[in-house]
Write a protein that binds this ligand. Sequence first.
Ligand code: PNS
Length: 158
Amino acid sequence: MVCPGSFDPVTNGHLDIISRVARLYEEVVVAVLVNQSKTGLFSIEERLEMLREVTKQYPNVRVEAFQGLLVDFCKANDIDAVIKGIRAASDFDYELQMAQMNVGLAGVETLFMATNPLYSFVSSSLIKDVAKWGGDVTQHVPELVAARLHERLAQKSA
Ligand code: PNS
């Protein structure tokens, strides 16, 4: 099972899905997209490091980077399904399109998991925006991530 995303940075919403999937499947790969056309707040190495740290209590979860098509990463790693969290109905249209494209491209299936309603409004971009303006994000991201956000945004405004 693969749990793909940008994870810039990982939030409690991501972790909720990862931990629940880790209970259901023997092996879970968290796959971080390397997107050359979009530089994030955190580098790929930083995202991988934070993800590895906050998922280290799940022995069946491993964290890797991927480039190109998700279905090619799946084929190369012998993975037959993708898991996606759905926060709200508005997530669904685009997710459905990607799921249908991926099954058509390579027979890779997508399973949807309902996000815990506690995190239904949490996204990495909203977290970055709130943190940028000094808002408190400590309820929505792991402690390590809150510290890194604080550090990074302090550097940026210096
Ligand atoms: O966290 P995000 O940015 O919502 O994750 C989106 C992601 C990485 C799952 C999606 O953009 C993706 O799968 N990208 C890889 C390129 C690809 O396979 N594109 C075709 C999708 S049908």
